[in-house]
Design a protein. Structure first.
Length: 82
């Protein structure tokens, strides 16, 4: 099995599990705070893994090319003073 296929299947499995956990939390399937915190921790961990896989795929696609920096807060430096 090719690495790309494995990564694709892993991403789909992670996506399904995160979705299941989110539905469990939002549908009232959590009966105490300990369970809630546990599920939220699982979601955070799974999302972290998904992001790392995405980063690895982007690194592979870039193949040594320089990345792009995007300023998410344009104009903050030159904001008008009151």
């Amino acid at each position: 099995m090719e690495a790309e296929h494995v990564l694709y299947r892993l991403q789909k499995a992670l996506e399904r599990r995160v979705s299941q956990l989110a539905i469990s939390v939002t549908s009232g399937g959590v009966d105490n705070m300990e369970t809630y915190k546990y599920i939220i921790g699982q979601i955070n961990a799974l999302e972290s893994v998904r992001q790392e896989i995405s980063n690895l795929q982007n690194d592979k696609e870039l193949n040594g090319k320089s990345g792009t920096v995007i300023d998410l807060k344009p104009g903050l430096k030159d904001s008008p003073s009151k």
